[in-house]
Design a protein around this ligand. Structure first.
Ligand code: NAD
Ligand code: ZN
Length: 252
């Protein structure tokens, strides 16, 4: 493991262009639960009503039963409320501050990369705290959902409001996909996949493309994923301590 970390640090020392693809695991050490698992927001993947989270957080549930969907938007917001970035978020922002071109493309909707100081973050799944109207172009940032009514309505047109975050059954924001496409086709020196189960093709394809092009790839995740057998370096450990160690070898 140490020799792998040394090799990754050696690559990073000379790397000028980096892409980090991140998922819920990056925020786990900030105390933000992932969706699945016993301690997740949805223990065993189910809501209190016994509905799979993919269904309750879907576009069709939101349209049919917006109060039910909002009940779980509130749960998600309280799971990220008051949480601070951890060493994994900070390592990415420190690398960006070191003059390297660092792009973070995240599936997280918690805004913690930006809180850590990362700039130009690609939010593939949007951001939970930006609230938009389903009828007009009203858009506002809510630092907390505390105090919002059970079904928030637009102050301008009384349309139903929703978070500007991706619901299941919805397409990814086009501008985010275009930006990721631009970055993955730029001359990258290394790609990291951190804290994601890598089940969606848009997060695995930059890694697969990099492998085909001979660009070093690193996965950091305590659990095995779909890309674990493909990447050049695999770190089976939590993101915070791993990235902190790598950064220490690069800057030390
Ligand atoms: P996931 O919940 O399916 O998987 C999380 C992954 O993180 C797992 O592979 C797990 O092994 C790994 N992990 C757990 N602790 C880790 C740690 N300390 N260091 C590194 N890895 C760790 O999440 P996903 O695949 O990223 O995405 C599923 C959906 O969940 C996404 O749509 C995302 O928007 C949403 N989500 C977002 C947040 C957030 O914004 N923080 C939290 C939960 C879920
Ligand atoms: Zn409106």
């Amino acid at each position: 493991m140490q020799s792998e970390l040394d090799e990754i640090a050696a690559i990073l020392k000379h790397a000028r262009r980096l892409l980090f693809i991140t998922g819920a695991g990056v925020s786990a050490e900030s105390g933000v639960p992932t969706f699945r698992g016993a301690t997740g927001v949805f223990p065993n993947g189910l809501t209190e009503e016994g509905i799979p989270f993919e269904e309750v957080l879907s576009n069709s549930t939101f349209r049919r039963e917006p109060e039910l969907a909002w009940k779980y938007f509130f749960r998600l917001e309280s799971s990220i409320r008051g949480k601070e970035p951890n060493p994994a978020h900070r390592a990415m922002s420190i690398l960006q501050d070191s003059g390297r071109e660092v792009c973070v493309a995240t599936q997280n909707i918690d805004g913690l990369h930006q809180s850590a100081g990362s700039r130009g973050v690609i939010e593939l799944h949007g951001n939970l705290r930006w609230i938009i109207c389903t009828k007009c172009d009203y858009r506002v940032y809510h630092q907390t959902f505390e105090g919002l009514p059970e079904l928030p309505l637009c102050p301008r047109c009384r349309g139903i409001l929703r978070p500007d975050a991706l619901l299941y059954e919805e397409m990814l924001p086009e501008n985010a996909l275009e930006e990721l496409d631009r970055v993955q086709n730029s001359e990258l020196d290394v790609i990291f996949s951190v804290g994601t189960t890598s089940i969606f093709s848009y997060v695995t394809s930059p890694v697969v493309l990099a492998i085909q092009r001979g660009i070093p790839t690193v996965e950091i995740n305590p659990e095995e994923t779909f890309i674990s057998d493909m990447v050049r370096y695999r770190i089976a450990a939590p993101a915070g301590v791993s990235l902190q160690n790598i950064l220490a070898s690069v800057t030390g």
